[in-house]
Design a protein around this ligand. Structure first.
Ligand code: AKG
Ligand code: FE2
Length: 295
């Protein structure tokens, strides 16, 4: 789908869903809008991450939290072991090598096809003003919604004891919104730009996995906070949730090019099923990524 305003005549207003006084998304050419973009771009260049606190205003926070609470029973739980690359281990490498380091991935994912159009999260995801803002912040002229009906918009659900171990994301950048915070744990930790298209930097990754915290940053996210993150290059995790209150985050996935669909085996692993588009890809043998990074 295309991200320009003109192709979506029925775009509902962001009024009330986004704190437009603090984050002037509908008026990005104003000096306040330009200053916001500049500030975000600087932070992203600096460490691959920017957080916009209370992006969703106070009066919409209850509704936001109830949305993912209502959706969370539809989560598919992954009780599998994963290495940072969502790949198999490599018996030709030492046991200490990052490719052979597996952690328990115990979070649940609510797939996009379960998230209805009138939710705050889908309205924000699809909104042209929001997409223009994100595009400006990540430095891409136009961003595109995924053409993947499962991975486009996802609720990440972490129950007590659940964690999301060290990994990279499929796409270059990811936009997330916390809608519910756990009582304890559930901290987002990341190693900014630890790998790049030029190299995996396995040695540094290994030292993070071994407990070296020197290059790590930690976020204290709150409901309504928006995060833009270069998750394809920054190793990251969510620490185990403590307490009975679930931690929910929403993942808004965009691509540089239209028509992006995640790999079929990844859909199967993460959502426990494929969409028809994944089955077609398998039939046609279209499963290669466009770069050479391990996924
Ligand atoms: O829940 C979060 O804060 C981020 C989760 C994450 O890294 C992912 O789903 O890829
Ligand atoms: Fe991630």
């Amino acid at each position: 789908m295309h991200a320009t305003a003109d192709t979506r005549p029925d775009s509902p207003s962001l009024e009330g869903l986004v704190d437009l006084a603090r984050y002037p998304l509908t008026d990005l050419s104003s000096s306040a809008g330009q200053a916001l973009i500049e500030r975000c771009r600087e932070q992203l260049a600096d460490d691959g991450c920017v957080v916009l606190p209370r992006f969703v205003p106070d009066q919409a926070l209850d509704r936001l939290e109830r949305e993912t609470e209502r959706l969370s029973p539809a989560a598919h739980y992954n009780q599998n072991e994963t290495n940072p690359y969502n790949s198999d281990g490599d018996p030709g490498l030492p046991a200490s090598h990052p490719k052979n380091r597996f952690g328990d991935r115990t979070n649940g994912f609510v797939a996009g096809d379960r998230i209805d159009r009138d939710t705050i999260i889908r309205q924000v995801y699809q909104h042209p003003d929001f997409q223009r803002f994100i595009a400006a912040v990540v430095g891409i002229e136009t961003i595109h919604e995924y053409a993947d009906p499962l991975a486009d918009l996802v609720v990440n659900v972490l129950r007590e004891g659940c964690q999301h171990p060290w990994h990279y994301d499929t796409n270059e950048f990811i936009v997330t919104m916390m809608t519910r915070q756990s009582e304890g744990g559930g901290r987002f930790e990341y190693a900014p730009g630890i790998r790049s298209p030029e190299g995996e930097n396995f040695e540094a990754v290994q030292s993070v996995l071994d407990g070296d915290r020197s290059r790590l940053k930690t976020l204290d996210l709150q409901p309504g906070d928006l995060q833009v993150f270069f998750g394809r290059y920054s190793l990251h995790r969510v620490t185990p949730v403590e307490g009975t209150r679930e931690r929910h985050t929403v993942i808004f996935a965009y691509a540089k090019e239209p028509g992006f669909v995640g790999r079929p085996e990844r859909a199967q692993r993460i959502f426990g099923r494929m969409a028809p588009v994944h089955e077609r890809m398998l039939d046609e043998g279209r499963t290669q990524r466009s770069d050479n990074l391990a996924d």
